[in-house]
Design a binder for this molecule. Structure first.
Ligand SMILES: C[S@@+](CC[C@H](N)C(=O)[O-])C[C@H]1O[C@@H](n2cnc3c(N)ncnc32)[C@H](O)[C@@H]1O
Length: 219
């Protein structure tokens, strides 16, 4: 029995040809479909991203995320902001385990798309939102708690923005890199991912009559 090949001669398909006709198109088709789904390259967008980036992506391990939220004593109904929210894990856990509202701010559209789909899958779209944009251009005045995992450069750039826009009593929790010249109220070390230790620091915003200070927790 033969297989009709358009334009073919004998109509008999050799076994090797059958392999190429039946097997190869599957991954190839997937790749082509993926290409159609892919977002077209946007050179201006890529340049904007590169100039505004405070750090690359590195995920905080789940145990460390939980300890950050515990250190900040996140309470039900509070607003937790993650400055550079990556795949959304901090704001998602803040909502799921602590009953908070979450706002993630993320520059990179790849992480925005991924985090938004995770939020949808978890059914948290009324509790958690992601803002695509530069953290330095966002209003943070509604935040009760701000989570930060960035670079030394990122903490330096963020500091004046935090001092200007956070409300009195807001808590800031950092992972690995601390905010220069701020005095932490509490610190914690968490071991995760084998032997890696994550240093966490908690600061509390205090707007006294004499400007701004970050000191004793619970005042
Ligand atoms: C070290 S990752 C932390 C991700 C996530 N918060 C976590 O702890 O798993 C830092 C994130 O900040 C984002 N980012 C860097 N610069 C930014 C900026 N100016 N505005 C918003 N997001 C930024 C990066 O794209 C990256 O996803």
């Amino acid at each position: 029995m033969g297989t009709e090949i358009p334009g073919g001669g004998s109509g008999q398909l050799p076994k090797t040809a059958l392999f190429f006709v039946l097997v190869l198109p599957l991954p190839l088709g997937g790749a082509l479909l993926a290409q159609e789904d892919a977002v077209p390259f946007d050179p201006a967008g890529a340049e904007r991203l590169a100039t505004k980036k405070l750090s690359g992506y590195e995920a905080t391990p789940p145990l460390v995320v939980e300890k950050m939220l515990e250190l900040a004593q996140v309470r039900r109904g509070e607003w937790v902001y993650d400055l550079g929210s990556g795949d959304g894990r901090i704001v998602i856990m803040a909502a799921q385990k602590f009953g908070a509202h979450g706002v993630g701010i993320e520059l990179d559209p790849h992480w925005v798309r991924l985090s938004v789909s995770k939020i949808q899958v978890a059914g948290l779209f009324e509790q958690v939102q992601i803002i695509e944009g530069d953290v330095l251009e966002q209003d943070l005045s509604a935040a009760d708690v701000v989570a930060i995992y960035t670079t030394p450069y990122g903490t330096l750039k963020l500091r004046p923005h935090l001092e200007k826009s956070l409300k009195d009593g807001a808590r800031v929790v950092t992972c690995v890199y601390h905010i220069p010249d701020w005095k932490p109220a509490r610190t914690m070390s968490v071991r995760a991912n084998g032997s890696k230790t994550y240093e966490l620091k908690l600061y509390r915003m205090s707007r006294q009559s004499q400007g701004v200070s970050f000191s004793k927790f619970g005042r």
